[in-house]
Design a protein around this ligand. Structure first.
Ligand SMILES: Cc1cc2nc3c(=O)[nH]c(=O)nc-3n(C[C@H](O)[C@H](O)[C@H](O)COP(=O)(O)OP(=O)(O)OC[C@H]3O[C@@H](n4cnc5c(N)ncnc54)[C@H](O)[C@@H]3O)c2cc1C
Length: 453
C-alpha cells in the first residue's frame, strides 16, 4: 500500500502486471515500485459528475490507466444514484451529503400537487399533497429501491412539482411518524441524522420536512475481474468498488462494504497466493526498460499538463463535464442525447488539453496538478461511459434509457439481447473500444420484470 502517493501508471512486463509508477504527493517525486503482482483497490468513479456523495479525492484514474494497458472495463454505465441526499444549493459547492436511507423507513416522501407551489409545506393541506411513491407503488411505498425512488423524484421535479429554491427537491416528512411514535422515539432512531441535516441546512426537520434529491453515490461498473478477482491483465487484481463484480445494474444498501470485506479478507489471500505460486520472483531489475519507459511517459504527461498555461481551472472544466453527464447520462438517458453528448465531451476534452491552467511545479505538493491528472482521466472515462450507455439498448436497474420503457414508464429490460456483462477493451487513443459480452447465466431463477406495485 502506498500512502500519500498517487498511482500514475501500471507497468507490464511480458504482458503481466509487475509494478506501478507513483507520484509522491508531498515531494512530487516520481517513484517506481516493483512487485510480482499488483492489487488495485482505488474505489469507484461517481465523481465523474463532479458533485457526488463520494470523498472529493475519489477518482477513476488508476482504473483508466489499467484499462489503457489492456484491462477490460465492465458495465461503466451502471451507476447508482442515491435518492436521499441534501439537494444542490448553488454553483460553489464541492460535494453532496448523503442522508441515510434508513430515513425512508418512517419519513413520507411528497410534493405539492400543484406546479410551482411556493407555499410553506405546513400550509399545504393533505389533499393537495402527492405522496407519489405510496400512490404509485402501494406494496413498497417509500421503500422502493434506490433507482426507482430517484427516478420518481426527478420525474416530479421535471414536471414542475419540485420544492425548495431550485425546484430540484422533494419533501421527506416525519410529521406523521412523530405523531404516531412520539418525538423521543424518532430522536432515538434518527437524532444524529436530524442534527447533521440541521447543521447543513439550518432547518429543523422535527418541525419542517427535510428536502432531499438524488445524487451520484456508487458505481457498480468497474474493471472486469474473474472469480479470483484478477482482471484481464495477468497479475493485476482489482478489489472493492474499483471492480465490477457482484452488483449488476443495481446495488442493494450495505452490500458494498460486505463486498469490500469479502474481497479483502477472504478472496484475495487465497487467490493471489495461487497466482504467485506460478510466478518466479526476482530478476525484475533487469526489466528496467519497461519501468523507465513508464516513468518517462508519466513525466512527459505531467510536463504537458503544466505547460498548457490556459485560462480555465481544473474544477471549472470538471464541473462542466459533471453537469453535461448529469443532464444526459444520469438518472435518465436517451440515444439521441448520448450520441450528441459524446461530441460535446470530445470538445470539452480538447478544451482541457489546450486551455487548462495548472499553476506551480511538479517538484512540490501541488493539488491542482493532482486534480488535472484526475480530470484528464474523467474526460476519457466519460466517453467510455457514454459508449456503454448508448450500446445498451434496454433499460435495466440504474440504467434508465427513455427509449425503452413499459407502458407505465418503468424500466423495460431486454433479457434476450442484453443479459450480458459489457466488458470494453481499449483500442487506442481516439478509437472506439471493443465490446466483449460475458453472458449472464441464471440456473436457479427465472428472469422476470420487476414490479413494486
Ligand atoms: C457517504 C457514503 C456512505 C456509504 N454508506 C455505505 C453503507 O452504509 N453500506 C455500504 O455497503 N456501502 C456504503 N457506501 C459505499 C462504500 O462505502 C464504498 O463502496 C466503499 O467504501 C468502497 O471501498 P473501496 O476500498 O473499494 O474504495 P474507497 O473507499 O473509495 O478507497 C479507494 C482509495 O483509493 C485511493 N485512490 C484512488 N485513486 C488512486 C490512485 N490513482 N493512486 C493511489 N490511490 C488512489 C482513494 O483516494 C481512496 O483512498 C457509502 C459510500 C458513501 C460515499
Amino acid at each position: 500500500m502506498f500512502t500519500r502517493r498517487e498511482m500514475q501508471e501500471l507497468v507490464l512486463v511480458d504482458g503481466k502486471a509487475k509494478g506501478i509508477i507513483t507520484r509522491n504527493l508531498i515531494t512530487g517525486e516520481i517513484e517506481k515500485h516493483f512487485g510480482d503482482a499488483v492489487i488495485l483497490a482505488t474505489g469507484g468513479y461517481g465523481n465523474v459528475f463532479f458533485l457526488s456523495t463520494n470523498a472529493m479525492s475519489s477518482n477513476v484514474s488508476a482504473a483508466m490507466l489499467a484499462y489503457k494497458k489492456g484491462a477490460c472495463f465492465a458495465n461503466p454505465c451502471f451507476m447508482q444514484i442515491h435518492p436521499t441526499c441534501i439537494p444542490v444549493h448553488g454553483d460553489y459547492q464541492s460535494k453532496l451529503t448523503l442522508m441515510s436511507e434508513s430515513l425512508r423507513n418512517d419519513g413520507r416522501i411528497w410534493v405539492p400537487k400543484k406546479q410551482d407551489d411556493k407555499r410553506n409545506p405546513d400550509d399545504i393541506p393533505e389533499n393537495e399533497r402527492n405522496y407519489y411513491l405510496e400512490k404509485k407503488y402501494p406494496s413498497f411505498g417509500n421503500l422502493v429501491p434506490r433507482d426507482v425512488a430517484s427516478r420518481n423524484a426527478k420525474e416530479q421535479c421535471d414536471a414542475g412539482r419540485g420544492v425548495g429554491e431550485t425546484g430540484y427537491a422533494v419533501y421527506l416528512d416525519f410529521k406523521n411518524a412523530i405523531k404516531r411514535d412520539g418525538i423521543d422515539i424518532i430522536r432515538k432512531k434518527y437524532g444524529n441524522l436530524f442534527s447533521m441535516y440541521e447543521k447543513i441546512t439550518d432547518e429543523n426537520p422535527y418541525e419542517k420536512p427535510m428536502m432531499i434529491y438524488p445524487a451520484s453515490h456508487y458505481t457498480m461498473g468497474g474493471l472486469w475481474v474473474d472469480y479470483n478477482l484478477m482482471s484481464s491483465i495477468d497479475g493485476l487484481f482489482v478489489l472493492g468498488e474499483a471492480n465490477f463484480s457482484d452488483h449488476g445494474a443495481n446495488r442493494l444498501g450495505a452490500s458494498a462494504l460486505m463486498q469490500g470485506l469479502a474481497d479483502g479478507y477472504f478472496i484475495i489471500p487465497a487467490t493471489i497466493s495461487g497466482y504467485l505460486s506460478n510466478e518466479t520472483p526476482g530478476n525484475l531489475f533487469e526489466a528496467t526498460t519497461e519501468f523507465s519507459n513508464s516513468q518517462k511517459a508519466v513525466e512527459e504527461n505531467i510536463d504537458k499538463l503544466l505547460s498548457i498555461n490556459g485560462k480555465r481551472t481544473c474544477d471549472d472544466i470538471h464541473k462542466e463535464l459533471g453537469k453535461i453527464l448529469w443532464d444526459n447520462c444520469g438518472l435518465a438517458r436517451n440515444e439521441k442525447n448520448l450520441i450528441k453528448t459524446k461530441k460535446v465531451v470530445k470538445n470539452l476534452k480538447d478544451e482541457f488539453w489546450t486551455n487548462v491552467k495548472v499553476p506551480g511545479t511538479s517538484k512540490e505538493m501541488n493539488q491542482t496538478l493532482e486534480k488535472a491528472g484526475r480530470v484528464a482521466e474523467f474526460l476519457d472515462f466519460a466517453d467510455l461511459l457514454l459508449t456503454d450507455a448508448e450500446s445498451r439498448k434496454e433499460s435495466c436497474g440504474s440504467h434508465f434509457n427513455e427509449n425503452y420503457q413499459t407502458e407505465e414508464n418503468e424500466a423495460k429490460r431486454d433479457d434476450k439481447n442484453f443479459a450480458y456483462v459489457a466488458a470494453w477493451e481499449y483500442q487506442g487513443k481516439e478509437k472506439e473500444p471493443l465490446l466483449h459480452k460475458e453472458k449472464l447465466v441464471f440456473e436457479n431463477i427465472e428472469l422476470s420484470q420487476r414490479s413494486y406495485k
